[in-house]
Design a protein around this ligand. Structure first.
Ligand code: ADP
Ligand code: MG
Length: 732
């Protein structure tokens, strides 16, 4: 019988880079070709329709049926020109990725049997009722009322992919609860806009709107598709459940920023061309630290749009990978012992007057505003560090956090020496005149006006910090590579919005009691800096000493994922989300049910796959090799005298015994695993079940893997059927 592993390796070595060429030598010629952008709208909508739609998009005016009809007509004409025959509402359920159900444009012009026309009305554009009853809802939709509906989000442009017009939508239940990520994201963006705008008006009364910005850095692995196909664990769970570390992996750090392998280079180019067609401003690409690991990042943008673009590029990445004989891995930890993949989420706030609120400014007034926002972020993240952590926690990401170079499962903030010393001066100054001296030249004594030089040159970035200030933004590094960034962005924007509201109340109170505006702001900031100190940590986040220290400081250090989710339903979180109108209590409970259920299912699937792999591939191969050795021992016995035969067979006898022992252990562990799972499965309550899976089922994975990986080393390479780490990670 042939060994598929060797066939796959042989084929992989033969593959050459696929030739790719740009749709046009000038990127701007095809940039955004498939997006129904402002320019396209101007072409396909009447001036009146465009004006009204702009009002809806920018000012939140209501979208009436008549307007929707006009927009739909123009959109349809454009989409058909782009080759679309179908349309779909494109939404973001609580499972991963996006969901869509395609409908053709065709309708009978009059009754059945009449001629066919292309139809797309405002009603179909604005609202749909997908038969989406099997999406997780955490019990919000009972089976008899399993309906949810999708509604158009005009703030994110429609696009055509393949033959389908995709319309970004929210997904909500008939009773109004969010069943997706986009709905609460939009609400949180609204909340931060309102709260931040009010605070900005202390500094510049002409600010009318504050945007939240996101720049994601997408990490991923590329694996040869033939090798991938012969690893059932990769195919079914996205990660390798077994596999001995390769003798060489990332020790030499020779992959990081090294020259990009040619097949991968072609993939990246192809991906960029595709991304540009969808107005995704892809800017950087490079090798990452682990072998066969890479990164892609765009120019940052408004958060809602940036999230949609990330989800779209994730699906394009998968598709393009197939064209190049690769498979894309977005799992947070596909391989043990080397780096996992994250999606660093660079977050900032900016005004409609063009000022970055986390960017040190040019005037002292701007810099006081900058410090105001930094201090509010510090306090918000400090108070809600457990919740922020919960927002990025999944069954996959927990393997990454705290392992190799990923940030630990404890949230802290790195500020860098300049900002830290500035804040400590502020904290220790007793007289606000020390800090805020607004002399005629607008100089501020503390040197706030000099922040730009030091900060923009901020090169001492601490790579171990999960939440780091990087000159003009915070970089939230704990977000996982497969995640929808919305989850983190919802929490971040909500906690900062709520904090800014409290800040404004406190400052206004002081002003009412007779303090000047600057003095009032200064006094409140001083208490914030003091209070939020425990969250600030510039040291080595990977060290064990930090774990001890973080506990002393009262930072959340829970590592049990299902328990981490409890943060969402603590009274203070419920009050928080209610105060900024992002989630109600029912939604929070329902969403946690979904999180627990998904957690359990992921581990359940992994346990099954591991059981199958061990029983169908590992043990049979081990037994076969053992038989070969046994035969050898028997023949040796027949040929040589007893004493000599036993000397010559000593090594083989040891291996035979070791194989037997390991097989026995593995089999009994698999049996235990199955019976524990059976018990866990009948537990009522998603939370309790998930905790049982975490406490009882999870520990088996490493236990079993340990013995399997030992067998991999013992057994004849020719018999081993699963591609090894060295093949998965070094063939490209
Ligand atoms: P690094 O890996 O050094 O952190 P990258 O260039 O890979 O940097 O990624 C930085 C990301 O941060 C990019 O997506 C970039 O657009 C984004 N970014 C830069 N400035 C801001 C900002 N003010 N707000 C949000 N994102 C930003
Ligand atoms: Mg980064």
């Amino acid at each position: 019988m042939s060994n598929l592993r060797f066939e796959a390796v042989k084929e992989a070595f033969k593959k050459k880079a696929v030739k790719v060429s740009a749709p046009s030598p000038v990127t701007s010629n095809y940039y955004g070709k498939y997006v129904f952008s402002k320019d396209r709208m101007a072409q396909f909508l009447s001036r009146e329709t465009l004006r009204k739609l702009t009002n809806v998009i920018e000012k939140g005016a209501t979208l009436n049926r008549n307007l929707a009809d006009h927009v739909a007509a123009g959109m349809k004409r454009w989409a058909i020109e782009m080759g679309a025959t179908h349309y779909t509402h494109w939404f973001q359920p609580l499972t991963e990725g996006t969901a869509q159900k395609h409908d053709s444009f065709i309708e009978y012009s009059e009754g059945p049997g009449s001629c066919i026309i292309e139809e797309f009305s405002g009603k179909l554009l604005a609202q749909q009722e997908p038969d989406a009853s099997s999406f997780p809802s955490g019990g919000i939709r009972n089976t008899f009322e399993a309906r949810g509906y999708t509604a158009w989000d005009p703030s994110s442009p429609a696009f055509v992919i393949d033959d389908t017009l995709c319309i970004p939508t929210v997904f909500i239940s008939y009773t109004g609860e969010a069943l997706d990520y986009k709905t609460p994201l939009l609400k949180s963006l609204n909340a931060i806009d309102k709260a931040a705008t009010e605070v900005c008006q202390y500094f510049n009364p002409s600010v009318r709107k504050v945007f939240s910005y996101l720049g994601w850095e997408q990490e991923y692995f590329l694996i040869d598709d033939g090798l991938y196909a012969t690893r059932p664990d990769l195919v079914l769970t996205g990660r390798t459940l077994i596999g001995r570390e390769s003798a060489k992996n990332q020790q030499l750090e020779d992959h990081y920023f090294g020259s990009i392998p040619t097949r991968v280079q072609a993939y990246m180019q192809d991906l960029e061309f595709e991304g540009y067609k969808y107005s995704i401003p892809l800017k950087t690409r490079h090798n990452e630290v682990a072998p066969n690991q890479f990164e892609l990042a765009p120019i940052f943008g408004e958060t809602n749009l940036a999230v949609d673009q990330n989800l779209l590029i994730m699906s394009i990445m998968k598709k393009v990978a197939r064209r190049h004989g690769f498979r894309l891995l977005l799992h947070e930890k596909p391989f043990a012992g080397i780096n996992g993949s994250g999606k660093h989420s660079n977050w900032s706030l900016g005004t409609d007057t063009g000022i970055g609120l986390l960017t040190p400014g040019k005037t002292s007034e701007e810099n006081l505003q900058f410090i105001t926002f930094v201090a509010n972020v510090l306090l918000a993240v400090y108070k809600h560090n457990a919740l922020l952590k919960a927002s990025v926690m999944t069954a996959q990401n927990i393997h990454r956090l705290g392992a190799n170079e990923a940030p630990p499962a404890i949230i802290s903030i790195f500020l860098g020496s300049q900002i830290s010393s500035l804040l400590s001066k502020l904290e220790n100054s007793n007289d606000y005149e020390d800090i805020i001296v607004l002399d005629p030249k607008q100089e501020i004594k503390l040197g706030i006006s000099k922040i730009p030089e030091v900060c923009l040159d901020n090169t001492d970035r601490n790579r171990t910090s999960p939440f780091a200030f990087t000159g003009n933004r915070f970089e939230f590094r704990a977000v996982g590579s497969s995640a929808n960034c919305s989850s983190a962005m919802i929490v971040l924007n909500s906690i900062v919005a709520s904090q800014l509201i409290k800040f404004k109340e406190a400052v206004d109170k002081k002003i009412a009691s007779g303090l000047t505006k600057h003095k009032a702001i200064f006094n409140v900031l001083k208490t914030y800096v003091k209070e939020s100190k425990p969250i600030c940590f510039d040291g080595n986040g990977y060290s064990d000493a930090w774990k001890v220290e973080a506990k002393k400081r009262g930072l959340d250090d829970e590592t049990n994922v299902p328990v981490i989710y409890d943060s969402y339903i603590k009274p203070e979180s419920i009050a928080l989300f209610k105060s900024v109108n992002v989630f109600n209590e029912k939604e929070l409970h329902a969403r946690n049910e979904v999180k627990w259920e998904i957690y359990t299912k992921k581990i359940q699937i992994e346990a099954r796959v591991l059981g199958d792999l061990v029983m169908n591939q590992i043990i049979p191969v081990a037994t076969k090799y053992q038989s070969t050795l046994l035969e050898n021992v028997l023949t040796t016995d027949q040929i040589f005298d007893k004493e000599k035969a036993s000397r010559l067979s000593a090594h083989n006898m040891n291996v035979i015994e070791e194989i037997s022992e390991r097989i026995t252990i593995i089999k009994s562990k698999i049996a235990d695993l199955i019976s524990i799972r059976k018990k866990a499965n009948i537990i009522k309550g998603e939370r309790e079940k998930a905790i049982e899976y975490h406490n009882k089922v999870m520990p088996f994975f490493n236990d079993i893997r340990y013995h399997v990986d030992k067998l991999e080393l013992l057994i004849d390479d020719e018999l081993w059927t699963l591609p090894k780490y060295r093949e998965l990670l070094f063939i490209r």
